[in-house]
Design a protein around this ligand. Structure first.
Ligand code: GAP
Length: 470
């Protein structure tokens, strides 16, 4: 391992002490809304508003850049959400993709055992122990009623394919994108002529019927994953690939601005490992509600491909032309969540500071992640020549990047609004512009202003964006 697995939860403060600060900013400014809100909402599904969809798309683009575009050894895939149901039997999800559920005998509320006060640090073995509730004297947090013994609750969503609703037509909504990459291993390897080691990257929706979703978009029932499966030679090669990918994935968050001290690594205990994993280390982030998983790096051994080969009858061996050996590749997986990453970037970039007696709120988002890269603002909206110039500058910028015009308040307020949604640069057109053809570019983080010739604005902004790119 390239660094020790550090853990000092009490010494590291979250970037934002109250989650509500981010929830209300998200709603107010159009990042994230509760789904179906006019009908009272639906638990654990969230909708991304005009700014949220830009942020999440930028997060996915940044991941794709690092994991596909800049790599010669990784290619992309977009597999279906619905797959042959046997995939999920073979993968072990139908049998064992479950969490321990307990139910209150009086109010009938259901809880995930390890989310109950007093049970957060239980080992995986304890979580399966039928006597654990009595042994620890756990009671319902709602009405102190008695809780049932834990039972394993399967997290798979299912539906029926075709017009007949019968057992034989059950299909599952995928709970991870990974299986799409495994069943396409041969198709991708042969069509792209990749030699091992190589990877398959996917971004897409996954679904889990979580027992206790919550903490805003941290745990949802419908969410998006960004997963990469790296196919390698058995054993030592997998261990080496694991050691290579783990620091890379942590560094990706840091490169996009996450404060390094709010990231740490946590290795899964042997009894906690998922059914497919030989080794797993989570990159954790210090959320306002504690240290939680942001991304997992897993050594899955040859579990997946050998099970699929056996169950499908297809030969999923790889022939190594240099050593003339045949083998089932091992897989090292990097498994991230697009929502969880976007959420982390939102929280970690939140700033409050005192400026001239007022609180300035800003999102110090990395420019690549910011929903708008630039806002074009008139100092005087009553002067048609100024407004006209603003629209010309904005239209030119919009050919390359997300730019916005706003004239609905005085300039100080317009700046504050852009700060609060993380726009890195504001371009202001004023009366002098009409004389000297220069505009002001104001920086979100330093609030410094620079006069730049109008013809140079786009080149300057694009240059700054390129310079900021990790
Ligand atoms: N293919 C392996 C796998 O799915 P995982 O640790 O269960 O591993 C990977 O999930 C990532 O997906 C997590 O680290 C998290 O970022 C995201 N994720 C998982 N469940 C989620 C949920 N219910 N809501 C939001 N994101 C979730």
């Amino acid at each position: 391992m390239s660094e020790p697995l550090t853990a000092s939860p009490d010494l590291v403060a979250p970037a934002v002490s109250e989650l509500d600060t981010i929830v209300s900013l998200s709603k107010r400014r159009g990042f994230i809304f509760p789904s179906s809100e006019i009908y009272g909402g639906i638990n654990a599904v969230w909708d991304y508003g005009p700014l949220g969809v830009e942020l999440k798309n930028n997060v996915k683009r940044a991941w794709w850049r690092a994991m596909v575009q800049e790599r010669d050894d990784i290619v992309g895939l977009d597999a279906g959400i619905l797959m042959h149901p046997q995939v999920w039997v073979t993968s072990g999800h139908v049998g064992s993709f479950s969490d321990p559920l307990v139910e209150c005998a009086t109010c009938h509320r259901r809880y995930r055992l390890d989310e109950l006060p007093g049970a957060e640090d239980l080992s995986a073995t304890d979580l399966r122990d039928p006597g654990v509730v009595a042994r620890l004297g756990l009671v319902c947090p709602n009405d102190a009623g008695p809780l049932s013994a834990p039972r394993q609750f399967n997290l798979m969503f299912q539906t029926y394919m075709g017009p007949v609703q019968e057992e034989a037509s059950i299909v599952y909504f995928r709970p991870e994108t990974a299986q799409g990459s495994y069943v396409n291993f041969k198709n991708v390897q042969q069509s792209s002529r990749k030699k091992i080691p190589f990877g398959i990257a996917q971004i897409g929706k996954s679904f889990r019927n979580e027992i206790s979703p919550g903490n805003f978009v941290f745990r949802m029932r419908e969410f998006e994953q960004m997963e990469m499966q790296y196919f390698v030679r058995p054993d030592e090669a997998a261990a080496a690939a694991f050691e290579d990918w783990l620091p890379r994935r942590r560094a990706w968050y840091e490169a996009y601005g996450v404060e390094p001290t709010r990231l740490r690594l946590r290795e899964h205990a042997p009894d906690e490992l998922a059914h497919y994993a030989k080794k797993a280390i989570d990159v954790e982030y210090r959320f306002p509600f504690g240290w939680k998983e942001l991304e997992g790096v897993h050594n899955r051994g040859n579990f997946d491909l050998s099970r699929h080969a056996e169950a499908s009858g297809e030969n999923l061996e790889y022939f190594d032309p240099t050593t003339e050996e045949k083998f089932i590749p091992w897989i090292v997986e990097t498994a991230a969540g697009a929502d969880r990453a976007a959420f982390t970037f939102l929280i970690d970039s939140y700033r409050e500071e005192e400026v001239k007696g007022e609180t300035r709120v800003s999102l110090a988002l990395h420019p690549e992640l910011a929903p708008y890269k630039v806002a074009v603002l008139p100092l005087l909206k009553k002067r048609p020549e100024i407004v006209e110039l603003c629209h010309r500058i904005k239209a030119d910028l919009k050919r390359d990047i997300m730019a916005v015009y706003d004239d609905t308040a005085a300039i100080g307020k317009l700046y504050r609004r852009q700060d609060e949604i993380g726009t890195p640069w504001c371009v202001t057109v004023d009366v002098d512009t009409l004389e000297d053809g220069a505009v002001t570019i104001r920086d979100r983080d330093t609030m410094t202003q620079e006069r730049v010739s109008m013809d140079q604005v786009k080149a300057v902004i694009l240059g700054r964006l390129a310079a900021a790119r990790p």
